[in-house]
Design a protein around this ligand. Structure first.
Ligand code: ADP
Ligand code: MG
Length: 240
């Protein structure tokens, strides 16, 4: 059985079929990029994985544990899954250090050292730790969000367009740093992105979505050379 597995996952919001019979697997340590037009169900898929919402039907399992079987779902805080969204959603009233350490029990030995080590992993200067998030640049804030997600040593890391608020130069350098970091941590990752180059360079496998359906899943090169239809081609194929 695959490390991560979604089988027949369906989710409806009123008349909108946000996810339509999604089947997806990912090996441990792998990186999956999910691409597709706005409204195709990418964020819904991540929210179901994170446990912020439950499928109507279908099953999600991680490392042999069933996380959701239809609406019966393991709560988010027991899943060991980290999520970084488009805007880091940091706690504005807490220092950077307290944001990073949010999931670490207070008053434990080594907590401060762990926070400093996490800051080092995402290449944040130590003198930023005492500041509030709004004193940091967008790229620095996303690194804080990533450090906070890594603090809990997640089994699975979900990144929902984490670099899209950054300008082009910063996006490239942040992507590179995050990529190296995830490699080092060896954590299985799913990245939602609008950016073809980002998907191609980041992922072992790319999944293309439209209207709640997974159109094609495969290695970047395979989708690039043999797109199954025009949507896949328009996202990943060579420019015509
Ligand atoms: P994407 O992330 O690919 O842009 P989403 O997963 O956010 O797409 O949305 C997929 C579809 O589901 C859209 O039509 C969206 O309007 C709808 N949707 C998502 N979340 C909700 C919700 N909480 N209530 C109602 N409709 C929703
Ligand atoms: Mg989205």
């Amino acid at each position: 059985m695959s490390f991560l597995s979604l089988q027949g996952v369906t989710k409806r919001f009123g008349s909108v079929l946000a996810l339509d019979d999604v089947v997806l697997t990912a090996p441990q340590g792998s990186r999956t990029a999910i691409v597709g037009p706005s409204g195709s169900g990418k964020s819904t898929l991540l929210r179901l994985l994170a446990g912020f919402d439950a499928p109507d039907t279908g099953r999600i399992s991680l490392d042999g544990e069933v996380l959701a079987d239809g609406p019966a779902a393991v709560p988010a805080h027991r899943r060991g899954i980290g999520l970084v969204a488009q805007e880091g959603a940091l706690f504005p009233h807490l220092s950077v250090a307290e944001n990073i350490g949010f999931g670490l029990p207070r008053g434990t030995a080594g907590r401060d050292a762990r926070i400093r080590s996490l800051a080092g992993m995402v290449e944040l200067d130590e003198d930023l730790l005492r500041r509030r998030p709004d004193a940091l640049s967008g790229g620095q804030q996303q690194r804080v969000a990533l450090a906070r997600a890594l603090a809990r040593q997640p089994r699975l890391m979900l990144l929902d367009e984490p670099f899209s608020a950054l300008d082009t130069g910063l996006r490239a350098s942040t992507r590179k740093a995050v990529s190296a970091l995830l490699d080092k941590a060896g954590v299985t990752t799913i990245l939602v992105t609008h950016d073809q180059a980002e998907a191609m360079s980041f992922a072992d496998q790319v999944a293309v979505m439209r209207n709640g359906r997974l159109l094609q899943v495969g290695p970047p090169r395979e989708l690039y050379l043999q797109p199954s239809d025009e949507t896949v081609a328009s996202f990943l194929g060579p420019a015509i």
